[in-house]
Ligand binder design. Structure first.
Ligand code: ZN
Length: 429
């Protein structure tokens, strides 16, 4: 390839140009290359910054969401001005990136990626960067990358941990790495999936992974080999421990990239149905319980206003109770409850002994039943932040307390619904 880098560009990119792995040919390749970042969030922002700073030719940024205050701690391309203007993240990112490097062609795409638009959008790019935060999008992006033959640089971050890998990459010796489906042929159950909005995240962690996505992309686009095809890099931010694990190779049985694929561009599956989850990065709203196993925040308020005897269990983590909580709740974190539930499979007799908070609930229920008379049922209401974990908790409680006169119900929409409808002074998070 004929290297053509202008003198002005030589000055700008001199520090990276003098590295033998890049040089004039690598820079020329980069300046004529096109990458698409899906998600202008915690991963997408730093990734975009470094790609644009390095002089990528064209960068597409796809995101359907608008900038919100709770984004700013990690999505470092957006600003307070963007929050007050309520602008699209893709637009906000594009505006700020153009100030960083006016010679790059930045294309904001303010829409959601769907099976209808993905093949057309991907067609214009050499490389795809998955910076999303949900399972349905991961399957969609991987399938379309397989079918349009694009390498996929995939990152994720949650709490203190980040992960990075590269899918669908064909190395110089002709070996193609696995796709997302090769590793995860079946989606996880919706109730086991946590996103940043539910689980929290330290802003620096997606920052680090986003930077690594940029680094791997730069290597591919300048004609170098990436480091994480068929390998998973795991960054542990809390303990400062990182490791790389080898992933299994491409699977001949894979329905997407295998020998007899059933997924095709004209026949892309319904990913939301396949995963049982929305393709948005917002909190998923689960619907596990029946109607009569749930009450609304208004019904709960009525119950407290009438001083109706009941027990309230809050299944959030203790740190969240410091932010906001309803009075007189018993705290049994969902993780403890899951652990207790797992223990019942092994040694059911020891559950109450090992999990003190569950014994406290048992005692409260017994006391309640004794005081109210045995034919009056005991109401136990379960609350969490959004009304997802509370539903899972009701299911577990029903198994643990197999009593007919104890009625477990969750409060629909959780504390955030309470903050919206009942107590406007409650902190929202
Ligand atoms: Zn595959």
């Amino acid at each position: 390839m004929e290297a053509r880098v202008s003198n002005e560009c030589v000055e700008r990119y001199s520090r990276q140009l003098i590295m033998p792995e890049i040089g004039m040919p690598g820079q020329a390749k980069l300046q004529s290359s096109k990458a698409l970042i899906i998600g202008a969030g915690g991963l997408g922002c730093p990734c975009a910054q470094y790609l644009v700073a390095a002089g990528i030719g064209t960068l597409g940024i796809l995101d359907y969401d608008v900038v919100e205050k709770s984004n700013l701690h990690r999505q470092v391309l957006h600003t307070e001005l963007g929050v007050s203007a309520g602008i699209f993240k893709a637009e906000s990112a594009a505006q700020n990136l153009r100030q960083l490097n006016s010679s790059c062609n930045i294309i904001p795409i303010c829409s959601q990626l769907t099976r209808d638009n993905a093949p057309d959008v991907f067609q214009d790019y050499d490389l795809i960067i998955d910076a999303t935060d949900n399972v349905a999008s991961r399957y969609l992006i991987s399938d379309v990358c397989v079918l349009t033959d694009k390498p996929l640089v995939s990152g994720s971050a949650l709490r203190w941990e980040g992960q990075l890998t590269i899918y669908c990459y064909t190395s110089k010796d002709g070996v193609t790495g696995p796709c997302y489906r090769c590793l995860y042929p079946v989606p996880p159950p919706p109730e086991s999936v946590t996103n940043c909005s539910d689980g929290g995240v330290i802003g620096v962690v997606p920052g680090i992974i986003g930077c690594m996505q940029a680094l791997e992309s730069l290597k591919i686009l300048t004609g170098n080999e990436p480091s994480y095809s068929q390998k998973l890099y795991i960054f542990g931010g809390l303990r400062g421990v990182s490791r790389t694990v080898k992933l299994r190779p491409r699977q001949s049985s894979c329905v997407s990239c295998g020998q007899n694929p059933t997924v095709s561009l004209s026949n892309l599956p319904d990913y939301v149905e396949f995963c049982g989850m929305d393709a948005g990065d917002k909190c998923q709203i689960l619907s596990i319980l029946d109607k009569d196993e749930r009450i609304s925040v208004d019904e709960y308020q009525e119950c407290t206003a009438r001083s109706k005897k009941h027990i309230l269990v809050d299944v959030r983590n203790p740190v969240e109770l410091d932010i906001c909580a309803l009075p007189n709740c018993l705290n049994i974190p969902i993780n403890r409850l899951r652990a207790a539930s797992a223990r019942t499979q092994i040694e059911p007799s020891q559950v109450f002994e090992k999990f003190k908070e569950i014994t406290i609930l048992k005692d409260a229920i017994d006391k309640n039943l004794k005081n109210a008379g045995l034919d009056t049922p005991c109401n136990v209401f379960v609350v969490c932040r959004m009304g997802n974990d509370s539903q899972i908790a009701v299911r577990i409680f029903k198994n643990l307390f197999d009593k007919e006169n104890v009625l477990f119900q969750d409060i629909r929409g959780g504390l955030m619904a309470w903050a919206d409808r009942i107590d406007k002074n409650m902190a929202k998070y």
